[in-house]
Design a protein around this ligand. Structure first.
Ligand code: B3K
Ligand code: ZN
Length: 891
């Protein structure tokens, strides 16, 4: 596989201005006719026309209606003598949708046709300049059997449709679509099948009418209401916050069960994994409801950030992804409402960043937000590009203010609407709209966020001078080396802070030399080390640093337990209040792991968390998230040498002790958070259900130690009687996680109840794959269970959701079940990577990444992991996707 480098970017030798596509849809062999208006790009050197094409059967090539000589080399169709003047190119080819298990290009699922073209799937449909800077206007005619495929969809507006009058055959019909907006090929889509739609007409602020449609399989219609509401809310929000209206008469969303990721933002025709679209109270959890809301919003927001303004090349992916994640996060926060609910959203996003992006930044696949090279672009739809990319956009907003950021966005669209641009263009627009701002005066340094991989470390140390009443805060940054990047320059790091007294009162902030007195301030760290002197500080302060997680860094603030306890109880910044609680837990868990001694939670810690749980004013959602211990992956991140079993043992001990010490409080929390009214997925009710579920899990866990049978019994009863999936799954997972006797009958009953609902059966597999092992029990019940479930009649590797539900749950989200001293987890991983690679390289390659951080594992895990990686590597015909991941792991 060849390495593509960012610095080698060249504009295309030709432009394709219009494309007229005709599809004769047939699962075995679909005929594609493409007529294009092509124009030489005179700005670059004269060269041959080279079109991309993969897995296609080429039937004919005409230029201006005449046949022309061409060559095929690898994945390219080369026409050496293309005219200098504008010309019409006509191609005809077939492809085989039914055989396409990669789910990239045109494929079938449940008897219908779907496409996925991002990043490079369009070349699996027809030959094309399949790169995002070639933008064309598409007209698409679909022809297919009318009874099997009554619905025929493509991007834009429907021009005409009707029956085909073919000799001796009246069974086929057609639909012709036209998209007025020029777009790159990755945004093309078609859908054909037996689908039904929920419809809603809405008006924009300007009074324009639009038709919104959500297409799904017949039985799923009643599960589309939440998606439709989320879509309408997204429209309203984007108009209000960024003045961005819907630009098409019709906006369609379609659900499909076989899909490689969450969803895809094809122009006017978003295609969704059903797991990111369908919800009913009986089958979806609160988490599903909120995930659906944010993914529907994300894809809708792409219509401007990604579609109207797109990426010049795939290195710029974060231009659209980081920005669109930022937009969907802001949307979710605005939807959440109260300051506390907003903070809970922020905490969840940061937890996700730490669980997925931090390990990526410190592993074999570490890459900048704007990568420098790739061999398979699909490997770079990463937490770094998406989630760290979003944090970078958030820092723009922090540095220029909310209004300044909105001005910057307006300028960005004013300058670049209809173009394919770079991250530099975005940065420049935000800076130019805010002359003299904290961003604009250091734009070049700020842009190191795009080029330097790795998570910056910031150390903060404060010195209080009681006599002078000054507090001197010294911030030091360190940017650790990552593969291929040894030397790094200091980055621009906004550090939001406040000071509290020892009693928890807000202390006013006044920097030496400044006249302003503030309650909170943003320091901009840009040198390796900087000191800040605050004056008139009347007592020794407790600093609250990096409030709201103002930059994606690892902070070492050196705070003592006593100081963290002050923050946990009193900080006005809810994020840092949560963070203090996490740090207190982390310190204890790391202490046990590092010293190799059993964890023993102290009274001070237990008292502090009890106070949170009993607090009369704090929201249930905040209590739940604060009482949830840091994840095992995040704990591993803090260690130079990682022993997953030791971490798990400490976490299990902490849970057992919290369960016992707070028994009465858990009981009270469980009772106090029963919701008797009908189900709504709003933040307050979901917070209460989350806390009730956590309390129940703790009580059932505690019952394991005490031998009590009441709580497992109550959990089973609740599992049976639950009126919604959140409570049902909560009760079930309480039983399963505690390895309670009642777990088995509950699991069996759950399967029986939902055997016809694939998305719920995914949950059933996932729950079992994620079940924590009992620390110290070497045989590993969960691992054995997963092995067994691989043989279950409902299991298949071919459906990505199903494969992920079982295999990824074990390998990615259950470290102690996966990292086994006998190496069986790694052997299993290697088998599954190879098996999946033969079916779907994108899914296989994601699984391959589980070994990103094999290098920091303790023995015997490290050597065993290396052996398994080598075993995968030894397979000569790995997909380029998996090959790239494996080579980086071994580099
Ligand atoms: N843009 C798509 C992701 C495409 C992934 C291709 N391997 C979904 C999204 O980010 O909205
Ligand atoms: Zn996206």
């Amino acid at each position: 596989a060849t390495l593509i480098r960012r610095e080698d970017y060249q504009a295309p030798a030709f432009w394709i201005r219009t494309v007229d596509l005709t599809f004769d849809l047939d699962p075995a062999k679909t005929l594609v006719t493409a007529r294009m208006q092509v124009e030489r790009n005179t700005a670059v050197a004269h060269s041959a026309l080279r079109l991309h094409g993969e897995e296609l059967n080429l039937l004919r090539v005409l230029i201006n209606g005449e046949s022309v000589s061409f060559r095929q080399e690898g994945h390219e169709l080369i026409i050496d003598n293309a005219p200098d003047a504008d010309f019409a190119l006509e191609l005809r080819n077939t492809c085989a949708p039914e055989k396409n298990t990669t789910l990239s290009g045109l494929y079938t699922s449940g008897g219908s046709f779907f496409t996925q073209c991002e990043a490079e799937g369009f070349r699996r449909i027809t030959y094309f300049l399949d790169r995002p800077d070639v933008m064309a206007i598409y007209t698409v005619t679909l022809r297919a059997d009318k009874s099997k495929y009554p619905v025929l969809l493509s991007n834009g507006n429907l021009l005409e449709s009707g029956d085909l009058e073919e000799a001796g055959n009246k069974a086929r019909h057609f639909a012709k679509w036209h998209d007025p907006f020029p777009k790159p090929s990755y945004l093309f889509a078609l859908v054909a099948g037996d689908l039904v739609a929920r419809e809603q007409r809405v008006k924009t602020r300007a009074g324009k009418e639009h038709l919104l449609q959500v297409y799904v399989r017949r039985g799923d219609l009643e599960k589309t209401e939440h998606a439709m509401n989320s879509l309408i809310a997204s429209m309203v929000w984007d108009e209000a916050r960024f003045k961005l209206p819907l630009d098409l008469d019709r906006f369609m969303v379609v659900g499909v069960s076989d899909f490689n990721m969450g969803a895809m933002e094809n122009k006017g025709l978003n295609i969704f994994n059903t797991s990111a679209l369908l919800a009913s109270p009986a089958t979806a959890t609160d988490q599903d409801f909120s995930r659906i809301e944010s993914i529907v919003a994300h894809e809708y927001f792409h219509n401007w950030t990604g579609n109207r303004v797109t990426c010049r090349d795939w290195f710029q992916l974060s231009l659209k992804e980081g920005l669109t994640v930022f937009r969907d996060q802001e949307f979710s926060m605005d939807m959440a409402g109260s300051p506390s609910a907003r903070a809970v959203c922020r905490i969840a996003d940061v937890r996700q960043l730490r669980a997925a992006q931090f390990p990526e930044d410190s592993g074999a696949m570490a890459h900048p937000v704007r990568p420098d090279s790739y061999s398979e672009i699909n490997n770079f739809y990463t937490a770094t590009v998406y989630d760290k990319g979003s944090e970078v956009v958030r820092m723009y907003q922090t540095l220029v203010g909310r209004a300044g950021f909105e001005k910057g966005m307006s300028l960005y669209f004013e300058r670049h609407d209809g173009q394919a641009v770079t991250c530099d263009d975005f940065a420049q627009a935000i800076a130019d709209a805010n002359p003299g701002s904290a961003l604009s005066v250091r734009l070049d340094a700020f842009k190191r966020w795009y080029s330097q991989a790795g998570t910056p470390r910031v150390q903060a140390r404060g010195v209080y001078d009681a006599a002078a009443q000054t507090y001197t805060l010294t911030l030091t940054q360190h940017n650790p080396a990552t593969p291929g990047q040894d030397q790094k320059l200091p980055q621009v790091i906004p550090v939001a802070l406040g000071l509290l007294s020892q009693e928890g009162q807000v202390l006013p902030l006044q920097l030496q030399g400044a006249t302003e007195v503030l309650n909170e301030q943003v320091l901009v760290l840009e040198e390796a080390q900087q000191s800040y002197v605050f004056i008139h500080v009347t007592s020794e302060p407790v600093p609250s640093l990096l409030r709201g997680f103002s930059a994606p860094v690892v902070l070492d603030d050196g705070l003592s337990d006593a100081q963290l306890l002050v923050l946990l109880q009193h900080d006005v910044d809810a994020f840092n209040r949560w963070e203090a609680g996490q740090r207190l837990a982390l310190n204890r868990i790391l202490g046990a792991v590092r010293s190799g001694t059993p964890l023993q939670l102290d009274a001070a810690y237990l008292d502090a968390v009890r106070k949170v749980l009993r607090h009369p004013e704090l929201d249930a959602a905040f209590k739940e998230i604060t009482l949830t211990l840091p994840g095992e992956t995040y704990i591993a991140e803090q260690l130079d040498v990682v022993d997953p079993q030791a971490i798990h043992a400490a976490v299990e001990a902490a849970q057992v002790q919290m369960a016992a010490a707070l028994r009465d409080d858990w009981t009270a929390a469980f009772e106090a958070n029963q919701i008797k009214t009908g189900y709504t997925p709003d933040p307050v009710s979901s917070g209460r259900r989350a806390l009730a579920n956590l309390a129940l899990a703790m009580l059932v866990l505690d019952a394991r130690s005490t031998g009590d049978t009441v709580w497992p019994g109550r959990a089973y009863q609740r599992f049976k009687d639950a009126g919604n999936m959140t409570e049902r799954l909560g009760a079930l997972s309480a039983l399963v996680a505690a390895h309670a006797d009642l777990a088995e009958p509950a699991l069996a009953r759950f399967h029986e109840l939902f055997k016809d609902d694939a998305l719920v059966i995914d949950k059933w597999f996932a729950l079992q794959g994620r079940t924590p092992e009992l620390a110290g029990e070497k045989s590993g019940r969960t691992f054995a269970r997963v092995r067994q479930l691989m043989q279950h009649p409902d299991f298949t590797l071919k459906n990505p959701n199903r494969a992920r539900s079982l295999i990824f749950s074990l390998c990615m989200f259950n470290p102690a079940a996966f990292h086994r001293a006998d190496a069986a987890g790694y052997v299993f991983w290697a088998e599954q990577v190879l098996a999946l690679d033969a079916i779907n390289p994108q899914v296989a390659s994601r699984l391959a990444r589980v070994m990103d951080r094999w290098n920091v594992l303790a023995e015997p895990y490290r050597s065993a992991a290396l052996l398994a990686i080598r075993r995968v590597s030894a397979k000569p015909d790995l997909s380029p996707d998996v090959r790239e991941i494996i080579s980086r792991a071994l580099a």
